[in-house]
Design a protein around this ligand. Structure first.
Ligand code: LMR
Length: 401
């Protein structure tokens, strides 16, 4: 059966990870995969995670199944983190949460729920969006279509074009939105834009599906949840895929959750029962370890405070790097304005060079970023900032590729 299979091209982000690892050049700079790095270029285990994990290992007495909905204490902690303590949907029992293997599992779970109830629904995604959104969502059988989002001329959101396109969608269309730290552009919606979008979604009866993978790494834990909290309070139905990979540094533990907001508690219960059945049919039970760590952090006020400080430190380092890299680029590439990098948020920005120039950066200078010139700002550090800016200058001044 499998002898006719031909190899497929690797996912662009994973392909880049492998190429970087294989490059022996000591000057190499990894701006590819979106993982946080500290100023030594490492992706450390957060201190709060380490302590919660030690306590977990000391007290854990069984490895028996947790159940297809995952750890209820983790699910509740995630509700409180995403929605806040006193959110109306929590007070009126209109939110349900199901643990999932990472934000990816949560995205797929949400897509499977939509397909189960409305197989012809189209999910509208921003242009551009994270490379893995398409396989994750369309793998459920749903169709995807684009809406305008990023404006390369300003480095911001093309909000008028975005809302004009969304205003033409049929009722019940699904709109995938990035809660904060838009991947791959770093261009986020402002609170005023979220509010305007809310009115549009209400008017057109569109379903928001919010991807929340970077809470805390943009403006802050509260500010990054602004759109999600607003939409959940004001709309009858919202889906939200939550990831703990970045803000807890739990990448390989595959820790995430899908939240569904529904019009009534009974409707929320029904959606929950479907989600549990879908999860059972795909991965049966989610992995427990990362979720147990997150719960351990939330259950201990000291660990929670320490985790909040670690998230703030990651965010501040990224914001500092954004300013530093603009400074370096201004010095080495004065002919080009890269100021937009300092106004964007989260780990990613487009450098705004061609795929040929990206290749040249990689082949001649060992600087790795995806072909669309998305760079992970957290991969920069004091030791490589100037090298990166000089390499960019060299590429910009070499004959067009
Ligand atoms: C990224 O965008 O690089 C990260 O979200 C990692 C991934 O799985 O693609």
């Amino acid at each position: 059966m499998f002898e006719r299979l031909e190899s497929v091209i690797p996912d662009p982000i994973l392909g880049l990870m492998a190429a970087f690892r294989a490059d022996p050049d000591p000057r190499k700079v990894d701006l590819g995969v979106g993982v946080y790095r500290d100023d030594r270029g490492e992706t450390p285990v957060l201190e709060a995670v380490r302590r919660a994990e030690s306590a977990l290992l000391a007290r854990q007495s069984t490895k028996t199944y947790v159940g297809p909905a995952g750890n209820p204490a983790f699910n509740e902690a995630i509700e409180r983190l995403v929605l806040g303590e006193e959110h109306p949907t929590r007070l009126t029992a209109r939110v349900r949460t199901v643990q999932a293997p990472g934000g990816c599992g949560a995205l797929r779970l949400g897509a499977e729920l939509i397909r189960a109830v409305s197989p012809d629904s189209v999910v509208y995604v921003s242009t551009p969006t994270w490379a893995n959104h398409s396989p994750l969502l369309s793998g459920s059988g749903l169709k995807l279509a684009p809406y305008p989002y990023f404006d390369p001329a300003t480095g911001g959101v093309q909000f008028a074009a975005m809302t004009a396109a969304l205003a033409r969608l049929p009722a019940r269309a699904v709109v995938l939105l990035h809660a904060s730290c838009h991947n791959p552009t770093g261009a986020d919606l402002s609170p005023a834009q979220w509010r305007e979008l809310l009115e549009l979604l209400k008017r057109r009866q569109l379903l928001p599906f919010i991807d929340m993978a970077y809470q805390g790494l943009g403006e802050g834990l509260e500010a990054d949840a602004y759109g999600m909290r607003l939409f959940s309070a004001e709309l009858p139905e919202v889906l939200c895929a939550v990831s703990c990979s970045k803000n807890f540094g739990l990448y390989r533990e595959r820790t995430g959750a899908l939240q569904v907001i529904n019009e009534t508690p009974a409707a929320a219960d029904a959606a929950f029962s479907h989600l549990v059945r879908i999860a059972r049919g795909i991965w049966s039970m989610p992995p427990d370890h990362g979720a147990a760590i997150v719960h351990g952090i939330f259950a201990d006020a000291t660990l929670r405070t320490s985790w909040q400080a670690e998230v703030a430190a990651m965010r501040q380092r990224i914001q500092g790097l954004r300013h530093e890299v603009v400074k370096q680029l201004r010095q080495h590439c004065p002919q080009r304005d890269f100021g937009f990098i300092a106004t964007q948020r989260g780990m990613f920005s487009f450098l705004g060079i061609s795929a040929g120039q990206v290749r040249e950066l990689r082949e001649r200078h060992h600087v790795y970023m995806t072909d669309d010139s998305r760079m992970n700002i957290a991969g920069l550090r004091a030791q490589n900032l100037e090298y990166f800016a000089r390499a960019t200058a060299a590429v910009l001044s070499s004959p067009a590729r």
